[in-house]
Design a protein around this ligand. Structure first.
Ligand code: 5GP
Ligand code: ZN
Length: 113
């Protein structure tokens, strides 16, 4: 989609700090990190939210998540990790290209939750 920020990141029109990429999936650091290493995981096809994902897209995404989580663990050494997904404005979604937040946790006062 031409006016989608995340499609522009996939195309390289907007720069990002890439954490992972394969044929179907991309992961990059959130521009406004709630904790160090806060990462977004997105499908390369434009789908607005969870309801629009096909089983194949969902499978491709989740297949990559453990590898991405391990890369974050190695790089940032958190003591925990939250996986979060917002669907719809009222649930806190602000970018309407499906994404999962991987939020590394560092203990009390780490800025999240
Ligand atoms: P949502 O609120 O839709 O669940 O999450 C959208 C996330 O995208 C936010 O955490 C926000 O900081 C992040 N974001 C918005 N624009 C950009 C951008 O241009 N680059 C990156 N890396 N993250 C972005
Ligand atoms: Zn998009």
């Amino acid at each position: 989609m031409s006016d989608c920020i995340f499609c522009k990141i996939i195309n390289g029109d907007i720069p990002s700090s890439k954490v992972f990429e394969n044929e179907h999936v991309m992961a990059f650091l959130d521009i406004s990190q709630v904790t160090k290493g806060h990462t977004l995981v997105i499908p390369k096809v434009h789908k607005e939210n969870l309801y629009e994902l096909t089983p194949e897209i969902a499978a491709n995404l989740f297949e990559a998540v453990p590898q991405i989580a391990n890369a974050i663990k190695q790089e940032f050494n958190p003591i925990g990790l939250n996986v979060l997904n917002n669907n719809g404005e009222h649930a806190g979604q602000s970018v309407f290209h499906f994404h999962m937040h991987l939020i590394p946790r560092y203990g009390k006062g780490d800025g999240f939750g």
